[in-house]
Design a protein around this ligand. Structure first.
Ligand code: G3P
Length: 217
């Protein structure tokens, strides 16, 4: 399972990279705004800074919602750096744009997936990744993990190569449940990734080992 970090915060990206378990980064316009990165030029520069800080795929989202606009923006984003994956929203013109980029071997991430039907369409159009938003489904009393299950079953039935990128991951149990189902990738905040480290018995056990070592020395 690949681990992506879902942030535009360079310090957090570097911290996850230093841990040695990071496979990529996802961003979106809200995450950019949260870091105070505004204006087209600054946003493009920030994508390059993120690519320089990590080794894997970096999703950069188009703002256009029409086919021509998505193609223009996506080509500009893809030309920025070889690690860029063009993030396209799940709308009708987005499906056309996914096919356009797929035909040109440009990687894509279809975002804002909330149903199995949307994931099926995105895979048919040749998306590299689909991003089902599990936390936002949970927010409206719908089981986000169930959607990952459905997509896994559909993709396995037909050997689709599109990777399931579980997004809107909020906590460690989301990561564990996605891993049990076989999501290809999860993207979440740094605290969800580092949260996997924690267990009080580990802390207690380590304290005892160190205390006993001191007693004998
Ligand atoms: O990857 C999608 C993600 O950024 C959305 O997360 O927590 O805003 O639902 P959230």
């Amino acid at each position: 399972m690949k681990f992506f970090i879902d942030t535009a915060n360079l310090d957090q990206i570097k911290e996850a990279q230093d841990l040695g378990v990071l496979d990529g980064v996802t961003t979106n316009p809200s995450l950019m705004a949260k870091e105070g990165i505004t204006g087209a030029e600054n946003i493009l520069k920030h994508y390059v800074a993120i690519c320089d800080a990590v080794e894997g795929d970096v999703s950069a989202e188009v703002i256009a919602v029409d086919f021509e606009g998505m193609v223009k923006e996506g080509e500009q984003l893809a030309a920025l750096h070889p690690q860029i994956v063009v993030k396209i929203p799940m709308v009708k013109d987005g499906i056309k744009a996914l096919k356009y980029f797929s035909d040109r071997k440009i990687k894509t991430n279809c975002t804002l997936i909330f149903s199995a039907g949307q994931a099926l369409l995105a895979a048919k159009a040749g998306a590299t990744y689909v991003s089902p938003f599990i936390g936002r489904l949970d927010d409206v009393s719908t089981d986000g993990i169930f959607l990952i299950n459905e997509i896994r079953e559909i993709y396995d039935n037909y050997a689709f190569e599109t990777e399931i990128l579980a997004a809107s991951v909020r906590h460690t149990m989301h990561i564990i449940n996605c891993a049990k189902i076989g999501a290809d990738v999860m993207t979440g905040p740094l605290k969800a990734i580092t949260g996997l480290l924690n267990h009080p018995l580990t802390d207690n056990g380590l304290k005892k080992f160190l205390d006993d070592y001191k007693k004998g020395n």
